[in-house]
Design a protein around this ligand. Structure first.
Ligand code: HEM
Length: 481
């Protein structure tokens, strides 16, 4: 059936369209005075960016570019979201039917496998202290430059009187992300791999679907919309057109990652040591640094293919799991662990995994690796990914992908009724309580070999929270006075 048309004026702009950004600041806050907050929030709501505005803005950018004008149009787009603690603080007690959201990420961190300590039976992750405080909400501003984003943020802080007498919120922390410098690196994450290639298309919103890109029903991204899962309880009416945001503050140990690749090149006839290291990196991610999928081009990079949206997502791991064949792509490769395609969607299996899809909207943070860090093979400056993703269920989406797929060595073999260990996702896979993590199948000529990852993960979680991203109507009627 055709889904009902989406109200693009009611859905916040980042969820389906993605706020255009070179830089983005997440401002985490606590509500200190509820009554005053509701009044000030009413004045803030008109600055929240809608999906329709992002779509229009993108058209303007296209025209700007087609007229060969230089640079970005100055702009700053705004979004807002609330944690469960925030809803409670505001007296909103409706159940949004998501156990991960209700519990909060701090309490869920142990089961995500985040490192930490247990004292007197209470687990505490090794997070930055700010993320151990009660966070009520986040306002995030994305834009073309730090100047436009900071200007917008100052306006917003003034509306809420932040730091002044008469304030209604207090700042917990602000974190800025920036795309990496230079044309070469700008769309690449800090390990060097092109990111943001594969996201699902959403029916009723995306006009084109690229080969290999599945279109999912809007109900997998937005509450109160159709999915093929009728067993889900209806959300309260004000939550319709909202979505859940998973935020993770993920540090990346880049020199250590590079060193691991250098120390463990894949040995194959005709490959230099350096090429063997590059191949190992590609097999841990599932794509070459250029973005070319190894399931299509397993032994050498293909930057032309990588840059072609008609081909760079057009792979399925077709029947490989059935034949126990990891020669093209290890079962544990990051993109295969997080979206196993035909490993589950068949043929021959035909699980519907639309409920596992997430819309990724992260941005890099921190400086480039310095010469000293490179020489010492050791991280001295914090850098990584402000991981952000949307879905209509955190339990079915982010949490499931992290816990039941990335952190589960048996996956995806277990899903095919096979025994054996694919190993951990080397990028994000964590072992609850720590300990040895191995990856199977990194050598295409000998899929039975395991490699052992260093005890310290290359991606280190230092904070995060789960949020609900209400519709514009809900912001006006439920959150503002
Ligand atoms: C894809 C890196 C964290 C889920 C990718 C890609 C890269 C990457 C390079 C391939 C580009 C693309 O397909 O768009 C990273 C890094 C991370 C990280 C460096 C941490 C610092 C996460 C987390 C999750 C996740 C925490 C979810 C639990 C995904 C998904 C895809 C993906 C679903 C798309 C797979 C596909 O559709 O083929 N990631 N990622 N990633 N990642 Fe991550």
């Amino acid at each position: 059936s055709t889904p009902a048309p989406l109200d693009l004026n009611n859905i916040q702009g980042d969820i389906l369209a993605g706020l255009p950004k070179k830089t983005e600041t997440y401002f985490f806050f606590q509500v200190s005075d509820v009554n005053r907050f509701r009044g000030q929030f009413a004045k803030f709501v008109p600055s929240v960016t809608t999906t329709a505005q992002v779509v229009a803005g993108r058209q303007a950018i296209q025209e700007h570019k087609s007229q060969n004008k230089e640079g970005l149009i100055p702009m700053a787009a705004v979004a807002v979201a609330f944690s469960n603690a925030g809803l409670i603080k505001l007296g909103i007690t409706d159940d949004l039917n998501d156990a991960a959201f209700t519990e909060g990420q701090l309490k869920g961190a142990e089961n995500l496998g985040d490192p930490g300590k247990t004292t007197n039976g209470v687990f505490s992750p090794d997070w930055e202290p700010e993320f151990k405080k009660e966070i009520h909400g986040v306002i995030y501003v994305a834009g073309d430059s730090i100047l436009s984003v900071d200007k917008k943020l100052i306006e917003i802080k003034l509306l809420f009187g932040v730091g002044l007498p008469g304030h209604s919120i207090t700042e917990i922390t602000s974190i800025r992300g920036d795309v990496r410098p230079g044309k070469e690196n700008s769309a690449h994450e800090h390990f060097g791999f092109l990111d943001g290639i594969s996201n699902p298309a959403v029916e009723g919103f995306d006009k084109t679907t690229f080969p290999g890109q599945d279109a999912i029903a809007p109900g997998f991204m937005l509450l109160g919309h159709e999915t093929n899962n009728s067993s889900k309880p209806q959300p309260p009416s004000w939550a319709v057109d909202g979505s859940f945001l998973t935020f993770r503050y993920l540090f990346q140990l880049v020199p250590e990652f590079d060193d691991f690749l250098e120390q463990n090149p894949i040995i194959l006839p005709g490959l230099s040591r350096k090429e063997g290291s590059e191949l190992l990196g590609a097999r841990l991610v599932g794509r070459w640094k250029s973005g070319a999928p190894i399931d299509i081009t397993p032994l050498k990079d293909d930057p032309v293919l990588a840059a072609d949206p008609q081909r760079n997502n057009d792979f399925k791991f077709e029947n490989e799991l059935n034949n126990n064949d990891q020669s093209r792509c290890p079962f544990a490769a990051h993109v295969r662990k997080t979206y196993p395609r035909d490993d589950l969607e068949g043929p021959p299996r035909n699980f519907d995994i639309d409920n596992r899809r997430i819309m990724r909207r992260g941005i890099q943070f921190g400086p480039e690796v310095t010469l000293i860090e490179k020489a010492e093979k050791k991280t001295h400056h914090g850098r990584g990914l402000l991981f952000a993703c949307y879905s209509s269920s955190i339990v079915d989406g982010f949490q499931f992908i992290q816990q039941s797929w990335a952190n589960t060595p048996e996956f995806p073999l277990n899903a095919a009724g096979k025994s054996g260990q694919a190993g951990f996702d080397a990028i994000i896979g964590q072992k609850k309580g720590g300990g040895v993590r191995t990856v199977n199948g990194t050598n295409p000529s000998d899929p039975t070999t395991n490699i052992t990852l260093p005890n310290e993960t290359f991606v280190v979680p230092k904070g995060g929270e789960y949020f609900f991203v209400p519709s514009i109507a809900a912001l006006k009627t439920k959150f503002a006075a």
